[in-house]
Design a protein around this ligand. Sequence first.
Ligand code: NI
Length: 182
Amino acid sequence: MAIRVIRNDTDELLRKKSRNVEEIDNKVRELVLDMLDTMYDKDGVGLAAPQVGILKRIVVYDIGEGPKVLINPIIEKATGKQCGEEGCLSSPNVFGEVDRPEKIVVKAYDIDGKEIKVKATELEAIVICHEIDHLNGVLFLDIARDIYTATNEEIEAAKEKTKNELEHKNGKKKKNNKKIYK
Ligand code: NI
């Protein structure tokens, strides 16, 4: 397992469309583990393979319920609308409001090559949509409104606030802070 370098949003590779994974072999499994390492290292809630320079349709995320992996994800159904603040590990300190579906149903393969269906709402739906956009060469900045750059101090303060709130809740580790990267 290793932490990989995250491409910045000016990198042309992030504008390319990723290809389907044909076979889930050891190389793919290693990539998935590295992606999770990289995401956790940067306090992200999601990461798509192109962000580490690999044009394959692989997404990892963790909204506080443990690591999830989606290989060749397809959104089969999208309903409703929600709007929330998004950030991206490829655009450090930049945030903006993005409209996303409220509920989605996603078909994908897991790390064992088993077909899975994920019904996602709220933050999970946002994260999955954001990451699938990466697989299609789309960045949240392309579709965001009210884009602004936060200072490191503001981000640290937001993280600290969330941490305190969560410790008050039930001790369960759950990330729902506003300054989250995908
Ligand atoms: Ni992103």
